[in-house]
Design a protein around this ligand. Structure first.
Ligand SMILES: [Zn+2]
Length: 395
């Protein structure tokens, strides 16, 4: 059980969901031993998991968490546009930053959780006058990052004690890092201390309101709402300039500044109608995904006699979660369907990943493992939505 909220320190967050499964899913769509428990703080509208979802957190990041083995491009690919051209996450983050922050020609930037330095390389093209630094959880990233930053500007940090190569930065970026942290309040306070006068923090996290599946990933310990992210930033002594749920589907985008006039706030009593509204929405969203297994079961039992094979559309976290939720029926999944160029032709959870064009003719039932906000558009674009012989399960 969790003793206190990771964001506002309010004791005894409510237990929202205790999975009956003995396996959990990671953000890399791998299955792992563990029992997931999701908690909710009604004081700051924050959902969080305890470490029970991962049986060995340090071992996971030390040895297994390796977006490294795939190419940098595979890790960075967000989507394909209408012409089938790749859209990269790092480019979206950079374009948003250019619009939001009026950055000068010179400065010093740190990408905290820089991975292989993909964002820093793009940033350098846009702002060639800036000095670059990066850090991440493993030495294995250094050979990728230092060619971008120059020698000595990559640092290894840990999940419980944040370290950076230097301080006094004009900009610190943190893309999809805060949800992994064991102590997000302490880490963010340290990150804030590395900012120079009027330095900026630019941060993204999954939005638990619009990307609720995030709460079911074992290595994501914090599941932020816009309210809990704002509370976290205030606690670190930063002043939010932009806090948006709309720049990108499923994520919260934050731009905050170091401001000497803002003092680090102790945990305070929050609450109020707005928090209560968010709390209710999180509760309903988590319950819906928690019941997914039962609904998949009902869908499969209602298959007409003589129906053909079962496919899962989406080999990412949504599709993997449906496969996990299907329980024993997972054995009847014939294949995954996905348009991702780095996935097609590989195997996932023991099943082949096929382009939708190559869907076997005997498939009649499809579990739709896509963000519900985009699922129908993607199926329509793949030419499947109007196929009269297909039955779809939407989570
Ligand atoms: Zn809280």
């Amino acid at each position: 059980m969790l003793a206190a909220c990771r964001v506002c320190a309010r004791p005894e967050p409510e237990l929202l969901h205790a999975s009956t499964l003995e396996q959990t899913l990671t953000s890399e769509s791998k299955l792992r031993r563990g029992r997931l428990r999701i908690h909710l703080c009604a004081n700051c509208a924050h959902a969080m998991s305890d470490a029970g979802g991962l049986d060995d957190v340090a071992g996971y990041y030390g040895a297994e968490y390796d977006s490294l083995l795939e190419s940098a491009e595979a890790d960075d690919l967000y989507d394909l546009d209408a012409q089938g051209q790749p859209i990269y996450r790092s480019q979206i983050q950079l374009d948003t930053l250019v619009r939001l922050a009026n950055l000068p020609a010179k400065g010093r930037v740190l990408d905290f959780g820089c991975g292989k330095g993909t964002f820093l390389a793009r940033f350098q093209q846009q702002y060639p006058g800036w000095e670059l630094a990066g850090c991440d959880v493993s030495e294995r990233y250094r050979p990728f990052v230092e060619p971008v930053t120059g020698p000595g500007r990559f640092g290894v940090t840990s999940l419980d004690r944040a370290e950076a190569p230097g301080a006094g930065f004009d900009l610190v970026t943190m893309f999809f890092v805060a949800e992994h942290l064991v102590e997000p309040a302490a880490t963010l306070a340290r990150v804030a201390s590395w900012l120079g006068p009027s330095g900026l923090l630019y941060l993204t996290v999954p939005n638990v309101m619009t990307n609720t599946i995030d709460a079911f990933l074992a290595d994501h310990l914090s599941h932020f709402s816009a309210l809990s992210l704002a509370a976290l930033v205030h606690r670190a002594g930063l002043r939010p300039l932009v806090l948006s749920e709309h720049h990108q589907l499923g994520q919260i985008t934050l731009l905050a500044t170091a401001d000497p006039a803002v003092t680090r706030r102790p945990a305070t009593r929050l609450g109020g109608d707005l928090v209560a509204g968010y709390v209710e929405a999180i509760r309903a969203g988590v319950a819906r995904w928690a019941e997914c297994g039962a609904r998949v079961d009902t869908f499969l039992k209602a298959r007409p006699r003589g129906h053909g094979a079962l496919a899962v559309y989406g080999a990412g976290v949504f599709g993997s979660y449906l496969a996990l939720s299907a329980g024993a029926a997972r054995e009847s999944i014939a294949c995954f369907l996905d348009q991702g160029p780095f996935k097609i032709g590989k195997h996932h959870l023991g099943r082949p990943i096929l382009h939708p064009r190559e869907m076997p003719a005997d498939v009649t039932d499809v579990l739709v493992g896509l963000n519900p906000g985009r699922a129908r558009d993607i199926l329509a674009q793949a030419g499947l939505l109007d196929c009269p012989h297909l039955r779809f399960f939407f989570p």
